[in-house]
Design a protein around this ligand. Sequence first.
Ligand SMILES: Cc1cc2nc3c(=O)[nH]c(=O)nc-3n(C[C@H](O)[C@H](O)[C@H](O)COP(=O)(O)OP(=O)(O)OC[C@H]3O[C@@H](n4cnc5c(N)ncnc54)[C@H](O)[C@@H]3O)c2cc1C
Length: 486
Amino acid sequence: MSTGNLKQRLTAAVGPSAVLDDPYDLLVYEYDASDEVIAGNHQPDFVVLPETAEQVAEVVRIARELNVPVTPRGAGTGLAGGAIAARGGIMVCLTRMKNVLEINYLDRYAIVEPGLINLDLSVRTTPDGYFFAPDPSSQKACTIGGNVANNSGGPHCLKYGVTSNHILGLEVVLPNGEMIWTGGAAPESPGIDMTGVMVGSEGTIGIVTKAMVRLTRVPEDVNVLMAPFPTIDAASSAVSAIIAAGILPAALEMMDALTIQAVEAAYHAGYPTDAGAVLLIEIDGLAEAVAESTEQIVTICKHHNANEVRVATSQAERDLLWQGRKAAFGAMGRLTPNYYLQDTVVPRTKLPETLRRVDEIGRDHKLKIANVFHAGDGNLHPLILFDRYKPGELERVLSAGTEMLHWCVDVGGAISGEHGIGLEKKDHLTLMFSPQDLAAMAGLKKSFDPLNYFNPEKVFPTGAGCGEIDSLKKHARWEKMGIHVV
Ligand SMILES: Cc1cc2nc3c(=O)[nH]c(=O)nc-3n(C[C@H](O)[C@H](O)[C@H](O)COP(=O)(O)OP(=O)(O)OC[C@H]3O[C@@H](n4cnc5c(N)ncnc54)[C@H](O)[C@@H]3O)c2cc1C
């Protein structure tokens, strides 16, 4: 079928204002929030913006009939290239499906469409005493569908758990165009846990068209503490000591000296610029427990050489402290033209030695590295700063990033803490999984998508068919820039 006929069919399915094919319109859909030189950029042939699940199903049926690749997309804030149309085809962008369909405070759930922005749900329910707990730092922009697909985390996931802990059920359009519901409001769902299969599958086996999400009671009281330390080591030891004392903060975040510099220059959040590291700690719960934990944490931080411990006294002060942390990636523009954000996770006890190793890797490769991360759950985000136009820098960045992954896996961690695999890390999956493990995952994908047309070239390592093509393209692009990848 010609592209003209395909356009006609898509237009009939979703309406003319919901089909984009002008190259200028498509330009913004070539990327997600990952670095273009790392994950690549690919233009879809069409972007469709459906408004109902039935429209999504119809688009998928057309794509399947014609064997045209389909790439689901939310807000495009993903950091692993998951929402890039690696083989062109149809991008199904869910951002027009953003309604809250039902709120049930008695059973503590909401049913929402996938394009709803994460924070918008909590804004809607907080006045009634409830919130949606998963809070990626991108929560002002990212969608709940994207959170589900990536099983996203966030600062408050230390206490409340990642997205999978908050998804009760899903409506999904499968690659064969059929629509299913998984899970539901009941505490247990018999049969195979299809919700579990879908959450974290990165858009490779279905498009989420509705999500039944858990609503969590807003805690009675909350305190936010900011503790600057002379060194990262001192801050890391304080993190371990807080957890070892049996305290479970709602969030426990760390920023190093470089990050503090960038954030202060951009937002004036009030972090001391002479500190080696800052911990941002939030405690919530019943007022008495919050007061008691606050006291304990202040004592522990001081014992580990905190220069001071400031407890925010107003909502405005709490918001400002959090704004600095949540917008830290954006502030990196103050330090560097480019950064490669590595996302890994290690057992919490391995944090101090891992941070020392990250620093060593940076020095070995003559690269500056800023660290801003969810310290409480061992989820690291070393930001490797570079200038893509400086000869030789990108090779050093890539090899530094790979060394970090090797280290993290060797100490019992994983190659991604929360951002997913996408295009960026698919070739690193072999660091963690045996051929048998990978074959089992591929078998699952195949059972839903035998034609391999659903978000193709993602997650599975190169060498498994079409993955090779993408890798070759990527290497060819690097070669053009004078970068030789071994
Ligand atoms: C500044 C910044 C801070 C961030 N902080 C965090 C953080 O703290 N924690 C964290 O985990 N992540 C974080 N991220 C990464 C990103 O925001 C999350 O992965 C987020 O969940 C992606 O949502 P999205 O709507 O932008 O999805 P997209 O980027 O559009 O897509 C992500 C993946 O989901 C798939 N997808 C999207 N919608 C659907 C759907 N309806 N059905 C099926 N598949 C779908 C896509 O195919 C793709 O594979 C951050 C990103 C930025 C830019």
